[in-house]
Structures are given as C-alpha cells and as structure tokens.
Design a protein around this ligand. Structure first.
Ligand SMILES: Cc1ncc(COP(=O)(O)O)c(C=O)c1O
Length: 374
C-alpha cells in the first residue's frame, strides 16, 4: 500500500505560472500580488480590510497589539501553542477556558465564569474547520465590553450562521501547508475597522507609515521614517502570488474536504469504538482536520501507532493542552483543571484529509481502523 500523508498541498500549474511571473518581474518583496491577494481575501471573507503577513502567529500578535490589550485574554487551552504565545509576545496574559465536548470549541459558559475586571479580550479558536459559537462570542464581548479576536488559522472558508469565520472580530488566518489553503508559510489579518487596518500595516513594516511599494510611487521615495517601533512581519510578493491562486480554488478544495469527510463518516459509522466528528447545525465545517475520538488513551495511542506502521499519517491535534505545557504551567500557576479539554486530548486522533486524496484512500484508512478494533 502507498503511504498516505496526513496532508498534502493542492498546487498546480496556476501557482507555478504565478510564481514565475513574479520571479521574472524582479519584484520579490511585498508588492502588487499582496494587494491583489488582500483585496480578494477581504471580499471573500466579507470584511473591508485584509493584511498579508508572514504567519498567523504574527497576525495574532499584531491583533492583540493594535487593540491595545495588556490585560487578560481568554482562549481555549485546546489549541496550537502559537495562540497563547502571540498573547504573551504582545505583553498580555492568557487565561485558559474549557471547551465543549461536541464541537471541541471554546465553551461560552466557561468564558463567562472567567471574566474579571482584568479581562480585555476573548480569543475563540475555530478548531479544525468548524467555527466556535460566534453568536455567543459576540454577545459576551458586547455585554462585557471586550475585544474579539478570532484565531481562524484552521478554518478558512468555514461559516457560522452563514457568516464567514474571521469576519466577526479581528480575524487571523494561517497559510501553513496543513491548512485549507497554503502559501508555504504565511498569514492574514482581517478587519472592517480602518483604524486597526492602518495600525497593523504600520506595525508589520518596521513602524514606517508607507510600504516600499507605496513609496516608489510617491514624490520622495527615499524617505523612510519610522513613526513608531515595529516589526518585519510582511509576506513576500512570491508567496502572495501563490495565495491568489489558492484562494481561487478554496471553495473547490473545501467542498472536496467535505466530501471526503462524508465518506469517512459513512464508512466509520459501523465502528462502535470511535466517535466521529460533530457538525453543528448552524455551521459549515470545512474539515481542515478530520478528528475522531477513541475512548481510552492506551487504545488511542495504539491506533495512532498502528496506522503509522501501515504508512498512514495519523496524528494528534492537540495533546498535551497548553495548560499542561511547562511554560504555561509556570505562567498560570496553579493552572485550573479543564476537565473536558483533558479528556478530549486523551481521546482524539487526526486522520489524513486533503483535497487531492482519493475516496479509495479513505477506504484503505477505514479498513485499517476496522482491522485495529477487530
Ligand atoms: C489554532 C492555530 N493558531 C495559530 C497557528 C499558527 O499559524 P502559523 O503557523 O501560520 O503561524 C496555527 C497553525 O498551526 C493553529 O493551528
């Protein structure tokens, strides 16, 4: 049997041509492709502004900073470590909330129990392709005067009640190769607030008000004066060229993911030992990951080893949760027990899913899972 990786980017002739065009133009850094990618992405998500960056981690950091947050940010512990790292980098403090057992997304009730006078923002993480309960998030944020940052790294094109992930608050997206679309490395920040857009653009380009590209068409292109201390978080023109093509096929790639998830769901139905992913009635799940649960950690670990031995790139996202990791254990000492998070982390298995995967490959994986539980 051929190996089946956990994920594989869906790249073709369009990306090749687009990159060649940039290489031949000689303009490799932030340029016209960024502008086009940003315009198309903003329109797709349904916001006024989208800003290309070198990663989602950078976008999250910038989001916390442009909102002026220095107090507490409530987020799930069940996420990639970048979510909390970005909060700390920006000089704020992460506070971990538990998740819901069905969607595996942050629990609105848990958030409400953690709000204090120090709380300044909430950061729901849309896990694996499905939006958190954004109706509840918006209500909590409004009621308590909190900022809303969406970590939408894993959900590009997912919707809650017909509205796109990343359009409720300040949205942060990742284009890492495992995500719904890729630029190799890369990220995007979305907002409809023009003031936040301006602040973010200055911060990601060394604290200088104009980009090199904008300066080229001004009367004094040599003037580079920083108005504040900033970073270099820009995305290159080369990667933006890939992003434009990837965004053009995002809907096709996501519907392929949804189809493969449906095949998994049907084929795995007969295996009583596993719990299949839950899709909330008010969301469009875009299956950045296909995550099943196996009750009993030893059996879970055994299944991951079993599949890997057969060349199937099964994995676990995420175990341990952040509050069990050394830097964050120290950070929130003593960390509160997060019972649902801890249980879920010990049960989950991520199975391969990517647009170029065949239905036969899903069948092979399901056969292996059946063999394991026999
Ligand atoms: C939930 C979550 N947040 C943030 C990130 C960071 O994204 P990037 O690798 O683009 O910085 C990831 C990516 O792995 C993620 O899954």
């Amino acid at each position: 049997m051929d190996k089946i990786p956990l994920c594989r980017p869906f790249l073709g002739e369009e990306e090749r041509q687009s990159v060649l065009e940039v290489l031949e133009s000689g303009w490799l850094t932030h340029g016209s492709k960024n502008k086009k990618f940003e315009d198309n992405f903003a329109q797709y998500v349904g916001v006024k502004h989208a800003i290309t960056m070198n990663s989602c981690t950078s976008a999250l950091h910038i989001a916390v900073e442009i909102l002026g947050i220095k107090g507490e940010v409530i987020l799930p512990s069940f996420t990639w470590v970048a979510s909390a790292n970005a909060i700390v980098t920006a000089g704020a403090r992460p506070v971990f909330a538990d998740i819901k057992e069905d969607t595996l997304n942050i629990d609105p009730k848990a958030i409400e129990n953690l709000i204090t006078s120090r709380t300044e923002a909430i950061m729901p993480v849309h896990y694996g392709g499905q939006c958190a309960d954004m109706t509840a998030m918006v209500n909590i944020a409004k009621k308590n005067g909190l900022a809303l940052i969406e970590d939408s790294a894993e959900t590009i094109g997912g919707k809650h009640n017909g509205q796109m992930a990343g359009s409720y608050g300040v949205g942060c997206f990742s284009f890492f190769p495992t995500k719904n679309m890729t630029t190799g490395e890369g990220g995007m920040l979305t907002t409809s607030d023009s003031d936040l857009d301006r602040k973010a653009r200055i911060l990601i380009g060394h604290g200088i008000d104009n980009t090199t590209y904008q300066r080229e068409s001004s009367d004094k292109p040599w003037r580079r004066e920083a108005s504040q201390i900033g970073y270099n978080y820009r995305m290159s023109n080369i990667l933006a060229a890939i992003g434009i093509c990837q965004l053009d096929k995002l809907e096709e790639m996501n519907s392929r993911r949804r189809h493969l998830a449906a095949v998994y769901n049907n084929t795995l139905e007969s295996i009583g030992d596993i719990i299949r992913p839950f899709e909330s009635h008010d969301s469009v799940h875009v299956y950045q990951m296909y995550v099943i649960r196996v009750k009993d950690t030893k059996r879970r670990d055994g299944l991951v080893y079993f599949l890997r031995d057969r060349g199937i790139g099964a994995s676990v996202h995420f175990d341990p949760p952040l509050h069990k990791m050394k830097p964050y254990e120290d950070y929130c000492n003593p960390c509160r027990a997060l019972s649902v998070t801890e249980k879920i982390c010990s049960e989950i298995v991520t199975l391969p899913i990517y647009p170029g995967m065949s239905v036969e490959q899903v069948g092979q994986i399901c056969d292996s899972i059946k063999a394991y539980f026999k």
